[in-house]
Write a protein that binds this ligand. Structure first.
Ligand SMILES: Nc1ncnc2c1ncn2[C@@H]1O[C@H](COP(=O)(O)OP(=O)(O)O)[C@@H](O)[C@H]1O
Ligand SMILES: [Mg+2]
Length: 363
């Protein structure tokens, strides 16, 4: 069999479209020269057209669009892939988010994806990814949105190590403004984390991925833990339904903690141990001290990461008010050193190892 076809069939099993047993039976009964879609259809495993479509787009990894030319892959998450595209009509570039094929088969997941897309098209704020249109082409739904030329903060952290204090408090301020906007609309994001914050070339921080966003008081998701365990609040970890902005504030604290120290507060694991720590393990003041953060940053982290939401910052406005009162940035964060200049590959290569920033900041 053609290696491409073999990879395609193996991928179908791997992604759960067809069971391994059913595939083995089909392969054992394959006829000379029979194409994979015909084989799959003959064994009742998948409609031939659907198999042809998935074979053509390499199970979603290489989608095609009539209107858009696909450029590079910008990022991937658990539910989606995001590509840069060029609009053939006006030559402009956009980002396109597509639900992974294996996720789109699940009606609940697909519905969430469509809800997220509609929400991003409806909301408008500089700290929130702007969605333009939801479309369907080649059997796939996709969201056309603003393209952020930059990177997400998880990647920035991996490459450059922990962030400096002014940069962190600037992120806190920008994200708090976005959270205030969401709160005014009664929305809780539920998946705030470094990988869902994009930074553009001007230092603007843009929140993306509203795949888990819900209306405050919406009972959906109650009793079930959603989000990314390393960053979720105790109440979210316990599956409580009555989440509000304070849950996102905790996640902002966990995000800033990770960006400040190189480690999330209670481990990276998507496991029951990390989940238990989110619920019950107090933030160790000693451990925080060991990172030698400034008293100011320490204060903000502790107050955002309070287990009891009654003693956390109660609203994004409270964070903004305290930042305005207590924080005097050394450098003007409105004009940060251009991240693209600071991190251009040529410059990175030239930088001597001794000049690299340590994983943990010392002062
Ligand atoms: N508009 C965009 N411009 C540039 N990169 C983006 C854009 N949207 C998403 N990305 C990148 O793609 C990744 C996955 O997108 P995301 O919406 O978080 O998908 P998922 O819901 O699967 O987590 C992000 O972490 C980010 O790196
Ligand atoms: Mg994401």
């Amino acid at each position: 069999m053609d290696p491409k076809d073999a990879r395609f069939l193996a991928g179908l099993v791997h992604l759960g479209f067809v069971s391994g047993t059913a595939m083995r039976e089909a392969l054992a009964g394959a006829r000379e020269g029979e194409s994979p879609p015909d084989l799959l259809a003959r064994f009742g495993l998948m409609a031939a057209e659907e198999a042809e479509r998935l074979r053509a787009n390499r199970l979603g990894a290489e989608p095609s669009f009539t209107r858009y030319e696909r450029l590079e892959l910008l990022g991937e998450g658990r539910t989606a892939r995001v590509f840069a595209v060029r609009d053939r009509r006006d030559g402009r570039t956009y980002a396109v988010k597509l639900c992974r094929e294996e996720q789109a088969r699940d009606p609940k997941r697909l519905r969430r994806f469509l809800e997220e897309a509609r929400l991003l098209c409806e909301l408008e704020h500089p700290g929130l990814l702007k969605g333009y249109r939801l479309a369907r082409d080649h059997g796939q739904y996709f969201l056309v949105m603003e393209l952020i030329r930059g990177e997400d903060l998880e990647r920035a952290l991996e490459r450059d190590g922990p962030f400096a204090e002014d940069a962190l408090l600037d992120i806190a301020r920008q994200v708090a403004r976005t959270l205030r906007f969401l709160r005014e609309r009664g929305l809780v994001h539920r998946d705030l984390k470094p990988g869902n914050l994009l930074r553009d070339g001007d230092g603007r921080i843009v929140l993306c991925d509203l795949g888990f966003a819900v209306r405050e008081g919406d009972l959906r998701g109650g009793g079930r833990t959603v989000g990314t365990i390393a960053y979720i609040s105790p109440e979210q970890a316990r599956g409580l339904a009555d989440l509000d902005a304070r849950a996102d504030i905790y996640s902002l604290g966990a995000t800033l903690f990770h960006l400040a120290t190189g480690e999330p507060p209670f481990g990276t694991g998507e496991d029951p141990r990390t989940l238990r720590s989110q619920v019950g393990e107090p933030l160790s003041t000693e451990r925080l001290r060991a990172f030698r953060l400034s008293p100011l940053l320490h204060y903000f982290l502790e107050k955002m990461l309070a287990k009891d939401r009654e003693i956390r910052f109660q609203t994004p406005d409270e964070i903004l008010a305290e930042l305005a009162e207590k924080w005097r940035p050394e450098t003007d964060p409105a004009t940060p050193p251009s991240p693209t200049a600071r991190t251009s590959p040529s410059r990175r290569r030239r930088r001597p190892a001794a000049g690299r920033r340590p994983r943990r900041r010392r002062r």
